[in-house]
Design a protein around this ligand. Structure first.
Ligand code: NAP
Length: 256
């Protein structure tokens, strides 16, 4: 991987590391190419990595990601600020193992969008009704703020705040969870996270999505005139360049 690009958070520490990486890697014979990079270096946090994936969505099949965290370890980041020179050494001298992770694919009729962590349908204005079908089979009618579908990678993000389960790296699963569901004698829905086979196709139907928004990672769109939203795992994948093997347990322990 000769051509590299850098996506850095806009704080002073990250900008300094970006500059250092650019200088050192160019000096060692790599080529800085922000349009068609083969290796994308992310400097910041897990949020910066998500931003980088969305920025390079159209060339994901041709590039790999490697991330440096300016805080604690993170879930997508393999090096900390103190390990920047070790990271440079690894890029120049080692061959990485490539680990690939699928994205969520979300189709609401307007456009197809993708997510690393999760998609959420949220309505903070009024009760949102969602008829949920799984693999075309009616599953439940939900009433509440909304629902979240998370990937394994996203299980430690928004899903965790919803008290969804953390899913260990390597287990490619989907998780469907409610966002403040209404449960009483009249309205019933599952009420707990449903961890499912990654081949499942989840559909949300409603006659009225006005006031609701579709959030996917750090992006969002309105759902006016939308009647159904389909979610599944995509064939589109993110490739990680792994120069070191960090135990998932270590990342999880550093989370809180
Ligand atoms: P953001 O500032 O980019 O991220 C919000 C926080 O979520 C940051 O601390 C970020 O870590 C962390 N994060 C992102 N992906 C993670 C993952 N897979 N596992 C563990 N932590 C993760 O926020 P944003 O731009 O609004 O949205 C990006 C993501 O943040 C969303 O996909 C959502 O999952 C998450 N988020 C969570 C909540 C919540 O838990 N209530 C609310 C909003 C957003 P770093 O500090 O390392 O960047």
């Amino acid at each position: 991987m000769k051509k590299f690009g850098i996506v850095a958070k806009k704080d002073e520490a990250s900008i300094q590391i970006e500059q250092h990486l650019k200088e050192q890697l160019t000096e060692k014979g790599l080529v800085y190419d922000k349009t068609n990079p083969e290796l994308i270096l992310c400097v910041g946090g897990d949020g910066t990595f998500l931003y980088a994936v969305h920025k390079y969505l159209d060339i994901l099949e041709n590039c790999c990601f490697l991330a440096i965290h300016t805080g604690t370890l993170g879930f997508f980041t393999d090096y900390t600020v103190d390990e920047v020179n070790e990271c440079i050494f690894d890029i120049v001298n080692k061959n990485p193992v490539i680990r690939s992770v699928p994205l969520l694919q979300i189709n609401c009729g307007k456009e197809v969008c993708y997510a690393v962590n999760e998609m959420r349908i949220e309505n903070v204005v009024r009760t949102q009704l969602l008829n949920v079908k799984i693999d075309g089979v009616p599953f439940e009618t939900f009433r509440g703020t909304g629902m979240c579908v998370s990937t394994q990678a996203g299980s430690t993000a928004y899903n965790r705040s919803l008290k969804g389960a953390v899913i260990e790296e390597g287990l490619n699963l989907l998780q469907l969870h409610e966002i403040t569901g209404i449960h009483h004698h009249k309205y019933r829905s599952l009420g707990v996270p449903y961890i499912m086979n990654p081949k499942r196709r989840i559909e949300f139907f409603s006659d009225d999505f006005s006031d609701a928004i579709l959030c996917y990672d750090q992006k969002h769109m309105t759902l006016d005139r939308v009647k159904n939203i389909e979610v599944s795992l995509s064939k589109k994948e993110i490739h990680f360049a792994k120069y070191r093997n960090i135990d998932y347990l270590e990342r999880l322990r550093d989370l809180y």
